[in-house]
Design a protein around this ligand. Structure first.
Ligand code: GDP
Length: 290
């Protein structure tokens, strides 16, 4: 089982429980401390770490393990269940006609993700199109165009236009034959009112079925505030965590999911359009604790 992949320090603490038939409050305290350490190292929001460890502690002390379960396996199961419960299942993505809006800060991997999602849907037999509405970043048009070529999907953008809302409107009409219309938006180094107003207008015009927040696995603590802002502005239905092929453990994703009351749809695992995976909570939990 995936729990065997848990972080080594956590595993050795749990190993101390081997052979014990009862678990004391001190044992639970030690484990909870170890879990807190792992989560904080993974950049999970402190408040969230506290909430999680409280519920783990409470359950470990109050609930009776099912017959035949050792204290060690019982605590492992609780830790695992609480984290999986928080992250939830993968965001539901019906294979049908839909419009998806991508939001996120500059450099989070939005445009690359547009190409990846398009590729993913095309492999599922649907016809996707990418619509690039980023008029701020020079090169955004060409970058998305190239990704659309790599993914072999339809593309709409207008390098001469300066009104993202209008591009979204035109793009949705021009690519109306596509089953899945993926609308990429501009980012900023930080969330500011201009970006918020702009994405709100695009959202109104495009009327997407799903708004997805793209966050970099290395985002850490600032993911919380960002997720909050996007959630208030357009509402977030799913999170995409990029760059999980890097060293970051992706703790910010937990805060993003918690703040937006949503789930993770995809993980970005590299720079090509094929480097995308559907989110799977158990391996992500192992990563967080590892
Ligand atoms: P945007 O500004 O949010 O549109 O970000 P981009 O899509 O331009 O991505 C910023 C950089 O991150 C680019 O160099 C991408 O190749 C890189 N990138 C995006 N997603 C991933 C990923 O999953 N893994 C890795 N290693 N790099 C990524």
């Amino acid at each position: 089982m995936v729990l065997d992949d848990l972080g080594s320090s956590l595993r050795s603490t749990l190993d101390d429980l081997r052979g014990k038939s009862r678990i004391s409050e001190d044992d639970v305290d030690d484990i909870v401390k170890e879990i807190q350490r792992s989560l904080i190292q993974a950049d999970v929001d402190i408040e969230l770490v506290r909430e999680l460890s409280d519920s783990i502690k409470q359950r470990a002390l109050e609930e009776e393990p099912p017959g035949g379960t050792s204290p060690r396996d019982w605590v492992l199961r609780i830790v695992y269940e609480e984290l999986v419960d928080l992250l939830g299942e993968s965001t539901e993505l019906p294979l049908e006609e839909q419009t998806i809006l991508l939001a996120g800060l500059y450099g989070s991997g939005k445009t690359t993700t547009a190409g990846k999602i398009a590729w993913w849907f095309s492999k599922k037999g649907l016809r996707p199109a990418i619509i690039q509405t980023d008029t701020d970043r020079p090169g955004a048009y060409d970058q998305a165009k190239q990704l659309a070529e790599e993914a072999e999907v339809d593309y709409y953008g207008d390098p001469d236009a300066d009104d993202p809302e209008k591009i979204a409107e035109e793009g949705l009409l021009e690519t109306a034959d596509a089953d899945v219309q993926i609308v990429d938006t501009a980012g900023r180094d930080a969330l500011n009112q201009e970006l918020i107003d702009q994405i709100e207008r695009i959202e109104n015009t495009a009327d997407p079925d799903r708004n997805m927040l793209v966050i970099d696995a290395a985002m850490g603590q600032s993911a919380k505030e960002q997720a909050q802002e996007f959630e208030e502005t357009i509402g977030i239905d799913g999170v995409i965590v990029t760059k999980v092929d890097g060293t970051a453990k992706g703790g910010g994703a937990l805060a993003a999911v918690n703040e937006t009351d949503s789930t993770i749809a995809f993980l970005g695992t590299g720079e090509t359009v094929k480097d995308i995976e559907r989110f799977e909570s158990s391996s992500f939990v192992s990563r967080l604790l590892g």
